[in-house]
Design a protein around this ligand. Structure first.
Ligand code: SAM
Length: 291
């Protein structure tokens, strides 16, 4: 029972069959079954606003900065000359906000399957996506990411797959056909970064992506970040490019680019950038055995 005598509501993430993580929902703000998935937004004392889709935590207002900064700034600053960026998924628009901090990016296309997630995030996550919709460099396409990359003739320097896990509408975003289409819409030397789960719990998710990447790209790897919401230790961000030098750029090079970019971060630093590619042995083994 809560202090007001109301029954407490706990919302459980159902991603794993043997381990579950529950949040106390101090207030359920919004609950809906969209055209594509079940959506619930609630308030939690520690994580702030929490968004779950189909029972899987997507984003929280308290720790979104870790995931979004690491997904945006590592590839863009490693690339060094990125002007065009594609986001697949990313409905809460927190990743778009980080990408648009790079004034060198002249166009950002985001392809999200579920208009309801974007609409509702405009209201409920405006603390971290404010300004995205008004930015003339931003173009939102409501479509299946798989269809978009298969059909488009446009080319990008950086492609970011900010997807749900490989269940529901996100399953197609982990397939070899999807990665092959992305390869065709990358400019030479471009880089793909993907949400690749928590290797401690989901080694197969990482392993399968690395296997697919290695058939298409010269460099198939991942880097890591510790995001409190995604329980189980490090989260893996998949990395695929034909430019073998991108992931070994020196801290000095990255620091110069970061200084020129001229914005503040809360997790990302050039040192963290470089260290993120140093994998703990058990994750390195997954990568090595998958290529
Ligand atoms: N950071 C999150 C995580 O790893 O838990 C991902 C967040 S973001 C909200 C994921 C988005 O991917 C959702 O808005 C979902 O609608 C979108 N999505 C899922 N399948 C998709 C598809 N096939 N094409 C485009 N967007 C898709």
């Amino acid at each position: 029972m809560s202090e007001e005598g109301k029954p407490e509501r706990w919302i459980t993430e159902t991603l794993y069959d043997s381990v579950q993580f529950s949040f106390k929902a101090d207030q359920v703000i919004f609950e809906d079954h969209t055209e594509h998935q079940d959506l619930v937004l609630f308030q939690n004392r520690i994580f702030g606003k929490v968004l779950m889709l189909d029972g899987v935590t997507q984003v929280t207002s308290r720790d979104e900065f870790v995931y979004h900064e690491m997904m945006a700034h590592v590839p863009i600053l490693a690339h060094g000359k990125a002007t065009s960026v594609l986001i697949v998924g990313g409905g809460d628009c927190g990743l778009a906000e980080e990408v648009l901090k790079h004034k060198t990016v002249s166009n950002l296309v985001q392809v999200e399957i579920d208009a309801a997630v974007v609409d509702f995030s405009k209201t409920h996550f405006c603390d971290f996506n404010q300004g995205v919709m008004e930015d003339s460099r931003f173009e939102l396409v409501i479509d299946d990411g798989v269809k978009f990359v298969a059909d488009t003739a446009r080319k990008f320097d950086v492609v970011l797959v900010d997807s749900t896990d490989p269940i529901g509408p996100g399953a197609v975003l982990f397939t070899p056909a999807f990665y092959a289409s992305i390869k065709s819409c990358l400019n030479p030397g471009g880089v793909l970064v993907t949400q690749n789960g928590v290797p401690f719990y989901q080694p197969d998710e990482l392993s399968q992506s690395i296997t697919h990447f290695s058939k298409l790209f010269g460099d198939a790897f991942c880097y890591i970040a510790a995001i409190p919401t995604y329980i189980g230790g490090h989260m893996a961000l998949g990395w695929a490019t034909d430019n073998m030098s991108l992931r070994t750029a020196s801290v000095d090079t990255i620091s110069n680019r970061f200084e020129c970019a001229g914005f503040e971060t809360r997790y990302y630093t050039p040192q963290v950038h470089q260290a993120a590619f140093a994998l703990p042995r058990f994750i390195q083994n997954v990568v090595d055995s998958s290529r």
